[in-house]
Design a protein around this ligand. Structure first.
Ligand SMILES: *Cc1c(COP(=O)(O)O)cnc(C)c1O
Length: 235
């Protein structure tokens, strides 16, 4: 099988899962956007995915993400440019370059990062969409703002003219039933939307738990290995 065929097969599998989960939840397929997380995979895969109709890709590390965006532009000049979602932990000293290539930053989790992103987007003359990453676990090493502080952080983003508050995001903690976690994210989304009606995105669900996320109202799925194959451990 060529790589293109492998990716097409992975996409078809995931599409079928999404379709089945949408029917079960009584939701329209169009309510859910698939973001393919291409971290650790080469720009050539992103080019193939774009040819196969993928319009949203996710990356979790700088500078890997920036390099890939540049390589893609060289591989497929004039080809469709996917929307780049930055989904990983982000240091404030990296916001300058990230604001130049990312369209969405899904991992906004502290006020200092909000201000740094706003200044960087302003300098790049770009408007950056942001999601508030919420952590429902109890491990302090995980990324994400606590649910109690999420609404205040959302207000902070909404107050920046260079940023657009798009919604909320979570990564379910390992080894717990993800569905109640996604239900809590949805409740939090309701609260955020009451103050910021434009913040409609709910980014939840990965390869292992996309059905639970769709059942609980996710509007955006971030799927990596189910499309691209298992990642090699970093090393
Ligand atoms: C890697 C990653 C994903 C995709 O994970 P898979 O299990 O490969 O689908 C989703 N979200 C974030 C934040 C990630 O880092």
């Amino acid at each position: 099988m060529s790589r293109r065929e492998e990716l097409a097969a992975g996409l078809a599998d995931v599409e079928e899962r999404i379709g089945t989960a949408c029917v079960a939840a009584g939701r329209a397929r169009d309510d859910v956007t698939l973001i393919v997380v291409t971290k650790t995979y080469p720009a050539s895969d992103v080019a193939l995915l774009a040819e196969l109709g993928v319009r949203d890709v996710g990356e979790n590390r700088h500078p890997e993400a920036g390099r890939k965006a540049e390589e893609l532009a060289e591989l497929a000049p004039g080809g469709p440019r996917p929307r780049w979602h930055f989904v990983g932990a982000l240091q404030t000293n990296k916001t300058g370059p990230v604001a130049r290539y990312a369209d969405v930053v899904q991992s906004v989790d502290r006020p200092k990062l909000v201000h740094s992103l706003a200044a960087s987007a302003d300098r790049a003359e770009r408007k950056l969409s942001c999601l508030i990453q919420v952590d429902f676990g109890d491990d302090p090493h995980r990324s994400g703002v606590s649910p109690d502080d999420a609404e205040a952080l959302a207000a902070e983003v909404a107050g920046q003219s260079a940023l657009r508050l798009a919604g909320v995001m979570t990564v379910a903690p390992l080894d717990v039933d993800p569905r109640p976690v996604f239900a809590r994210l949805r409740e939090l989304s309701d609260a955020v939307r009451a103050a910021h009606p434009q913040a409609t995105w709910i980014s939840a669900g990965m390869s292992a738990d996309l059905e639970a996320a769709i059942a609980e109202g996710a509007t955006h799925l971030r799927v990596g290995s189910a499309v691209l194959g298992e990642r090699r451990p970093p090393g």
